[in-house]
Write a protein that binds this ligand. Sequence first.
Ligand SMILES: Nc1ncnc2c1ncn2[C@@H]1O[C@H](COP(=O)(O)OP(=O)(O)OP(=O)(O)O)[C@@H](O)[C@H]1O
Ligand SMILES: [Mg+2]
Length: 510
Amino acid sequence: MGRMKPGVAEAFSASPTLDKVLRAAVAGWDHALAVFRPGTGRLVYANGAFADLTGIAPDQLAKTTVFRCLGEEGKRQARAAVTELSGCGHSRVTSELQLALPLRSPRRLRATFALLHPTPKRQLISMHLVDVTEWVDRERVLEERLGFLSGVIGGALECVVASRMDGQILLMNRGAQLLFGYSEEEAVGRKYIQDLFEGDTSHEVLNLLRSPSHGGFGVVDRHQAILIAESRERIPVWMSIHTLRDAAGGEAGTVAYVHDMRETLEIERRLEEVQMQLIHADKMASLGKLAAGVAHEINNPLGGILLFGSLLLEDMDFSDPRREDMDRIVQEARRCREIVNSLLDFSHQKKRYQEPVDLNAAVEQCLSLLGNKAVFYNISVALELAESLPVIIGNPSQIKQVFTNIVTNAVDAMEGEGTLTVRSRHAGDTGEVVVAFCDTGPGMPANVRNRIFDPFFTTKEPGKGTGLGLSLSYNIIRGHRGDIRVHCPPGGGTVFEVALPVVTDEEPVA
Ligand SMILES: Nc1ncnc2c1ncn2[C@@H]1O[C@H](COP(=O)(O)OP(=O)(O)OP(=O)(O)O)[C@@H](O)[C@H]1O
Ligand SMILES: [Mg+2]
């Protein structure tokens, strides 16, 4: 082994005995070090760790070349590194070596080759080897675990979004991409969590995460929020969030598990609707029985009053001063009979014949009857009727009665001024014909809207409304297997929709 002179890359030396000290340090080093000639590869120095690594006896090392020490694969890689070092103009090259040495398990080494100039004419190369086999194995295991975990989270349909403490998105899995409408490329590193939620949600959540009262310190459970999708749609969600920590325990980011609430809310709304319908149907059934009983009892004496009253009226002379009173008695008795008839209708006590009904024609007939009334003078009517509607099977006069009541209500609500729009359409998906009556009136507060189908519910002055119009209409339409739906759009006014089923050949109405 030749003696090494100080290298040109040396940065500092204040001691003349340093050369000796360095040799001793390098000789006892854990990392393998060898110095060799560039052309032949003949070794001029190798420390104990190099002898251990290659398994070659120290007295043999002086007679061999560096390439022979490294086995076939290592030899090829080392030669390539030396060629690169000579050709690239750099004084240092790092490469990965794989050593398959006799009697040893395969090793992976990080090799650093450096060009040394001990004299101006002479060139040597040092090779410093660090055994990274275990690191590489650990890295591979870690990579596998990470790949597995990111596969599990990334592919899940449950939404997971992770972000840095400043809000920058680090991870948006498949479920979250579908919910938010962003691709991974659009979101990761580009979007901030603040962009994804309405208002100040992200700051609120951060404050909650730092207080221990919401599921634990660093945890917020079932927090409700509105997220803003790429399409600008507002989506109600609840989410659980927790803080991600670095090795030192500091805040490194947050991860949110987001749950879309739209379906749950829709189911709740429909349940509430069905519950209301059940309560209503129950009330209607009891009231129907009561009404039928009373109507039956009143019908006969009323018939008598009307008959005998009319006979008396016929017998009275035109000059008789009592004639006016008698006439009033007969008229009032007729009015009573109409109310009794309504009550009988209400309790299904009267059988009605059924026939094919063109709902467009029913709308037009109802409007032409009402249109001449004084209350209509400042109200414009816009008809947007579908060109061809399938007929439905029903009782035409009952259906006209329903339309008349809805139109009268709309006209009353607009107090003489506004627009009534009537639209008809065939909703093929539900197999219904729908007629919608939209007014520009004041709409209804929720406490009125919830009660309009209750019998005798009215907000009109005494004598102006009995409150039976809509409950009767509801019963008639339910009797036709249809539905009346009402809503007050945010822009104002009220929309009543009457939906009646189109009867197919296979399913005739009895
Ligand atoms: N288009 C509408 N705009 C606002 N409120 C309405 C509308 N339609 C109905 N209403 C409300 O619903 C209530 C009940 O209506 P319903 O037709 O059953 O009875 P009424 O019109 O008051 O009396 P009746 O029809 O027996 O003469 C009305 O008093 C009114 O408060
Ligand atoms: Mg009415």
